[in-house]
Design a protein around this ligand. Structure first.
Ligand code: ADP
Length: 649
């Protein structure tokens, strides 16, 4: 035997043993799956009929996927291009089955799809669970329930599947009781597609009733554009009948569609089980013809912050499904929008590559974006409470728009909400228009502060002078705000100005006169003090100067107008980026008793400790981290000892 032949033989033997072993195996669920299952059974029990909608949605997605793949290779239809879903029940066996002739799954896909949760952010989701069932029940909606909802009503589930185009001996059977384990085995399966059989729990007989099942199907799945068949029932009933209307909802006239129908359609496309916050149905005619049916969900999905997250718009061409998650149809900052777009102009064999530089797609995208932003604008005006909810859920994502979409900067900025010194709580409710309408007659800029928490922003020494003068400051505490403020330089002709950056040019008001006189008197000694502190602090600060920002704090840190702010620097460092830190300026408050005492103080250990502590406390009140916390603590203790005369100089 030549060496190469031996290799071939070994390979064949290996494959053979593998396939025998692979015939049946028992595997454990990913730990999270079990946790999810338990949680779901508890939290969704009262609404358990939705399992059928989930199965039908999956079956309909499977049909869509087959259509998409068959565009390139129509042998995948295996001479059965009539896509449909069938629902069967068997009273004797106590089973209910949902059968589709869609794309089907290979053995690997079954293991991957039904044994693990392959979603980014899963870990974070499970960390966010509290153990309090009623609270967690709300979270499960954000996660999406899908296939696993079968275990709410079934104590055993069997899935049989074969992928379209695969040989019949590559079918697969998956069986699980939803208790930590499942088995998979390779089977012979002549039919492509998937059959899911639920062995119903005791007491779930209502799902063995034709009338009840028809009711559920019509309620949740009337307008999915795929027929759902059941055996005809009643006297002299024969054969099968289509239970749902199977007309694509978006092709109907708006006035003929009930809110309920929109809501159910949304739950189907979005795999959500709460109704949407808003619905947008729009038909465009003329040079370009398309229909869009878009929804804003009531709640943000848990992985919304992931910019790679799939986009939730399905593309149809002339009512034929083309592809899922067509990200070119909506900009990333609107990635929470769900729904469909049905174009009359695109070719049926359109591919993802074609979509990338396509004028038709660009106009659809621009049209949809405009519609969504207008809807939000109207909501903000007419239903402020609802808009507040919207902002809480999706505001942070919408803020990406000012960076991604310069053309719509002004429109987007109008939609933004911030917290501000004008309001008490951290909730973001103040619009830039509100702010501008409250600006003082001589106020030139829109002032803001960025910090990593609301408390740090609200209590920042930088706000002291603004409070005194009654000038509002926006408190920005989302990490993305740093980017928002670098891209949004002005609003309504007014520049945005950070209160922690550059020299403040607040007009002196009459009530400042006394204090500014005092400043002049002590000018020289103050300049001298600034120099002495600078000598002690060395390279830690760019300069030390007298401040016009402070009323009650002795000192604060300021970034030069064009330097990176301390907050941004921290965010970048936290995200693992190398940052060439900019060096801050220390501003001291000439009216503060500590500063007054320092003017008198001789150089020495005490002066040196004070200088350092001034710098360190300013850094701490910014939410910054001390480079040498132990040194800081030692300095503090030395000072306490000096104060109580116990220490020695
Ligand atoms: P989701 O639908 O949200 O992705 P599910 O838990 O419902 O989550 O389903 C997991 C995956 O299993 C689906 O994404 C799909 O790939 C696969 N799947 C489920 N049902 C079917 C089916 N009837 N035919 C083909 N694939 C399916």
């Amino acid at each position: 035997m030549t060496p190469s032949k031996r290799v071939v033989k070994n390979f064949a033997e290996e494959n053979f043993t593998m396939s025998v072993e692979a015939r049946q195996e028992t595997r454990g669920f990913q730990a999270e799956v079990q946790q999810l299952l338990d949680l779901m059974i508890h939290s969704l029990y009262s609404n358990r009929e939705i399992f059928l909608r989930e199965l039908i949605s999956n079956a309909s997605d499977a049909a869509d996927k087959l259509r998409f793949e068959a565009l390139k290779d129509d042998s995948l239809y295996e001479e059965d291009a009539d896509l449909r879903i069938r629902v069967e029940y068997d009273k004797k066996q106590h089973t209910l089955s949902v059968i589709d002739n869609g794309i089907g799954m290979t053995r690997e896909e079954v293991i991957e799809n039904l044994g693990t949760i392959a979603k980014s952010g899963t870990q974070e989701f499970f960390k966010s669970l509290t153990g309090d069932e009623s609270k967690d029940a709300r979270l499960i909606g954000q996660f999406g329930v899908g296939f696993y909802s079968v275990f709410i009503v079934a104590d055993k589930v069997e899935v049989q599947s074969r992928r379209a185009g695969a040989p019949r001996h590559e079918g697969v059977r998956w069986v699980s009781e939803g208790k930590g384990e499942y088995t998979v085995e390779t089977i012979d399966r002549p039919k492509r597609g998937t059959r899911i059989t639920l062995y119903l729990r005791k007491g779930e007989d209502e799902f063995l009733d034709g009338l009840r099942l028809r009711g559920i199907i019509r309620r949740y799945s009337d307008h999915i554009p795929l027929p759902i068949l059941m055996a005809a029932e009643g006297e002299d009933a024969k054969g099968e009948e289509t239970v749902n209307k199977a007309t694509a909802l978006w092709t109907l006239n708006k006035k003929d569609i009930k809110e309920d129908e929109y809501n159910e359609f949304y739950k189907h496309v979005a795999h959500d089980f709460e109704p949407p916050m808003a619905t947008l149905h729009n038909k465009v005619e003329g040079k370009l013809e398309y229909t869009s049916l878009l929804f804003i969900p009531s709640r943000a999905p848990f992985d919304l912050w992931d910019r790679q997250q799939r986009h939730g718009i399905k593309l149809y061409v002339k009512r034929v499904f083309i592809m899922d998650d067509a990200e070119q149809l909506i900009p990333s900052y609107l990635r929470f929008v769900r729904g469909i777009v049905d174009s009359n102009d695109l070719p049926l064999n359109v591919s993802r590559e074609i979509l990338q530089h396509n004028r038709i797609i660009d106009s659809i995208r621009s049209g949809c974006t405009k519609k969504v932003l207008n809807l939000l604008q109207d909501m903000a005006k007419d239903e402020p409470e609802k808009y507040r909810e919207f902002w809480k859920e999706f505001g942070r994502v919408l803020k990406e728009g000012v960076i991604d979409d310069p053309e719509r900067r002004e429109d987007l900025a109008r939609l933004y909400r911030f917290s501000s010194t004008h309001e008490d709580g951290p909730e973001q409710t103040v619009s830039l228009e509100d702010y501008v309408s409250r600006m003082q007659p001589d106020q030139k800029a829109i002032y803001y502060i960025t910090a990593d928490t609301f408390a740090t922003a609200k209590n920042s020494p930088h706000l002291e002078v603004f409070r005194k003068k009654g000038i509002e400051v926006l408190l920005m505490t989302d990490p993305i705000d740093e980017w928002v403020t670098t891209h949004l330089n002005e609003f309504d002709g007014k520049p945005l100005q950070s209160v922690t950056r550059g020299e403040l040019d607040l007009e002196a008001k009459p009530d400042d006169e006394t204090s500014s006189k005092k400043v002049e008197e002590t000018d020289e000694s103050l300049a001298d003090l600034a120099e002495r502190i600078k000598t002690i602090l060395g390279d830690k600060v760019k300069a030390v100067r007298s401040s016009r920002r402070l009323t009650s704090s002795p000192a604060c840190l300021v970034a030069d107008q064009h330097d990176m702010g301390l907050n941004l620097e921290r965010i970048l460092k936290a995200s693992g980026q190398k940052v060439l830190g900019s060096i801050p300026i220390l501003e001291i408050n000439p009216d503060h008793p500590v500063i007054k005492q320092l003017i008198e103080m001789e150089e020495g250990d005490s002066f040196s400790d004070w200088s350092n502590i001034l710098f360190e406390q300013a850094l701490l009140s910014e939410g910054g981290q001390l480079e040498d916390p132990t040194g800081f603590v030692q300095r503090l203790n030395r000072m306490f000892l000096r104060l109580s005369n116990l220490g020695t100089e």
